[in-house]
Design a protein around this ligand. Structure first.
Ligand code: SF4
Length: 184
């Protein structure tokens, strides 16, 4: 059975993707989200994931917070709209780290739950993900998880689990924009 390292941003975005992938692969979750602001929110999302991962018996690999590095990476892009250059940089940073971790831990494939959100550009996520898998011997699982009712199913599953659900994508800029941009 193939081994998949799955980048996750929060519990509510994850159940449908995890259930689907577990039908044909051994899945481990990977939490690296230095974009999430403030740190208490980063911890709240992590705590929910830890509880759920334990419940379903899936390993969870946690990276350090690393917010200063993220702010450095998006410097000058603060005013960019969602799906613009700041989000590209944010996705690039997280998926590059996920690909490197997958390679280091010997996973054959890696992916992310991010495209389950209607706010995420699947083409951009898949392009960035594939670019970091290439040359590392790690195949990126290109997907648009929101399709085929994926978002609806995920939302229902998250409700049934009673997950803590945030009302913004993750970074301080999306928080101030006041958008219900779930799926950091
Ligand atoms: S809106 Fe979301 S994807 Fe875009 S920079 Fe902020 S946290 Fe990252």
């Amino acid at each position: 059975m193939a081994r998949v390292l799955l980048h996750v941003c929060c519990a509510p975005c994850s159940p449908w993707v995890v259930e689907t992938l577990r039908r044909e692969a051994e899945v481990a979750l990977y939490y690296y989200n230095p974009n999430i602001h403030p740190e208490s929110e980063w911890r709240a999302r992590l705590a929910e994931l830890e509880r759920w991962a334990k419940d379903i018996g899936v390993p969870l690999v946690v990276e350090e917070y690393g917010a200063p590095e993220w702010f450095e990476r998006v410097k000058g892009l603060e005013k960019e709209p969602e799906r613009g250059a700041r989000c590209e940089a944010c996705l690039d940073m997280r998926l590059e780290r996920a690909a490197r971790k997958a390679e280091a831990l010997g996973f054959e494939r890696y992916g992310t739950v991010l495209t389950v959100s209607p706010h995420k550009d699947a083409a951009a996520v898949n392009r960035i993900g594939a670019s970091h898998g290439e040359g590392r011997g790690v195949e990126f699982i290109a997907a648009d998880w929101k399709k085929k009712d994926g978002y609806k199913i995920t939302t229902l599953m998250a409700r049934a689990e009673g997950f803590y659900r945030q009302a913004y994508c993750g970074c301080v800029y999306s928080r101030h924009a006041g958008k219900a941009a779930d799926g950091a």
